[in-house]
Write a protein that binds this ligand. Structure first.
Ligand SMILES: Cc1ncc(COP(=O)(O)O)c(C=O)c1O
Length: 474
């Protein structure tokens, strides 16, 4: 392909992208393909001869697109969103065009300095402490692994990096509702799953600080070595918020690293009315949130803040001859701030988003999402046979259909059926969680271009599928 052909193709594809967003509600939100259906349409050998972009794009439309779930569809209420925006897409297009590998300052000074600046912008706009240094990671899972490794190294005076683990009796704490990435991190680190203590939650499904205190005291008596607590601001199941101030006090008194997983709810710190979530932040060692969930920046873009940047760098740096530069020590070489060496230029799309929306524009969107979720929650509360199962703190509503004539197991079954049918219909996509022994349906209203008409459509669709499911039950 030459630049003339590239220009022609790119124009056509950008037109397609704009049409895609304009017509997105015409697609079934969740792909309806069967397992292997896409695979069977793909030749089992790579082509020997080059093919035209027209043919390739045609196959994209006919084979790939039907196998895609439309994460930007306004009726995508599943999991947490991974939202994007026009500004973000433009940034990503330029990142792909530059194709820069931004591992160290020298390999693209502007990428490193823009990363520093946009993370500082966010830190200040979110009213996080000035001593936090920011770095963009691929995902919150990587950031949490990074936090745990740094905490471990600081605790061991950087000896585990030298000599490896030696039955150190190290322990990490999080709530029963914490994201699985914490468990994954302790497995990857070689600490073993047994080193993770899951603390009970209170009636709001937030970590019980009292239970944490008891667990820490008992473990210390038994000779264990608590070195890190992971608190959640916005759990995956229900967006519960752990009591940071109480947890922070405990961590401070036992000299334990406190990492905050705000992967989803972090952007809400841009709203003054959500600052209560980080009371106690001065005792926090690190915090992660995903711009790629609810900050209109396409996957991947996870923002990791750390108080003690020197310990972070000391834990991860490694300096082979081929990576030595004259600028070392005077600039941020972000390869030393996490696991991978190679790094994408993620700061560009974030910069586009922050500038194009402005903090005020983002605040407006976040508030609108919370408002729309509140409206949906009211409809649920008013509807006979529906109930809310967890506090609606932000834009996630956990609810279920119930029928007093049915047993708890039967109600769970109906809700599962309802969810499967809704998802198969292509009208709405919901996922579930379990609250106690109840199946809860989760509806998360965080799509970039979400409007009230979409929320109304979702509610009507849910109601009509309830009717159909009830009829089939009888
Ligand atoms: C609270 C929480 N933490 C961590 C994660 C993991 O995020 P990532 O996919 O960026 O690793 C998620 C994902 O949904 C999450 O909800």
């Amino acid at each position: 392909m030459d630049s003339k052909e590239f220009r022609k193709q790119a124009h056509q594809m950008v037109d397609w992208m704009a049409d895609y967003f304009e017509n997105i509600t015409k697609y079934p939100v969740k792909s309806t393909v069967k397992p292997q259906e896409v695979l069977q349409q793909l030749p089992d050998k790579a082509p020997q001869e080059g093919e035209s972009m027209d043919k390739i794009f045609n196959d994209f439309l006919n084979i790939i697109l039907p196998g895609m779930t439309h994460w930007q569809h306004p009726n995508f209420l599943a999991y947490f969103p991974a939202n994007t925006s026009y500004a973000s897409i433009l940034g990503e297009m330029i990142t792909a065009t530059l194709g820069a590998q931004c591992m160290i300052w020298d390999t693209s000074p502007a990428a490193a300095e823009l990363e520093q600046r946009v993370t500082e912008w966010l830190r200040d706009a979110m009213q996080l402490p000035e001593y936090f240094s920011g770095v963009i990671q691929d995902t919150a899972s990587t950031a949490t692994l990074t936090a745990l490794i740094t905490a471990r190294e600081k605790f061991s005076n950087f000896q585990i990096n030298e000599h490896g683990l030696r039955n150190d009796l190290l322990r990490v704490y999080c709530s029963e509702e914490a994201h699985s990435s914490v468990e994954k991190a302790v497995k990857i680190m070689g600490l073993g799953r047994q080193s993770l203590v899951k603390i009970k939650t209170d009636s709001h499904l937030a970590m019980s600080a009292e239970s944490l205190q008891l667990a820490l005291e008992e473990d210390l008596k038994k000779g264990y070595k608590p070195f890190c607590v992971v608190a959640a601001i916005g759990t995956t199941g229900t967006t519960a918020v752990d009591p940071l101030q109480k947890i922070a006090k405990l961590c401070q008194s036992h000299n334990i690293w406190l990492h905050v997983d705000a992967a989803y709810a972090g952007p809400l710190l841009l709203l003054p009315e959500f600052q209560w979530m980080i009371e106690g932040i001065n005792q926090v060692d690190s915090l992660v949130f995903n711009a790629h969930k609810w900050l209109f920046t396409n996957f991947d873009c996870s923002i990791y803040f750390v108080k003690d940047k020197d310990s972070l760098i000391k834990s991860f740096e490694i300096l082979p001859e081929y990576l030595k530069t004259n600028s070392r020590g005077k600039v941020n070489d972000y390869r030393d701030w996490g696991v991978p060496l190679g790094r994408r230029f993620r700061a560009l799309k974030l910069w586009f988003v922050l500038r194009n929306y402005g903090i005020k524009g983002i605040q407006q969107k976040l508030r609108e999402h919370n408002r729309l979720a509140g409206i949906f929650a009211e409809w649920i509360k008013e509807a006979p046979n529906f109930e809310i199962l967890a506090p609606v703190n932000m834009n996630l509503v956990c609810f279920r259909y119930f029928d007093i004539a049915l047993s708890e197991e039967a109600v769970n079954e109906v809700n599962k059926q309802l969810m499967n049918k809704l998802n198969q219909s292509g009208e709405v996509y919901l996922t579930h969680t379990k609250i106690g022994n109840k199946i809860a349906l989760r509806a998360c209203f965080g799509q970039t271009y979400l409007e009230k008409k979409h929320v109304e459509f979702c509610w009507k669709s849910i109601q009509s599928w309830v009717q159909k499911t009830k009829i089939e039950q009888h």
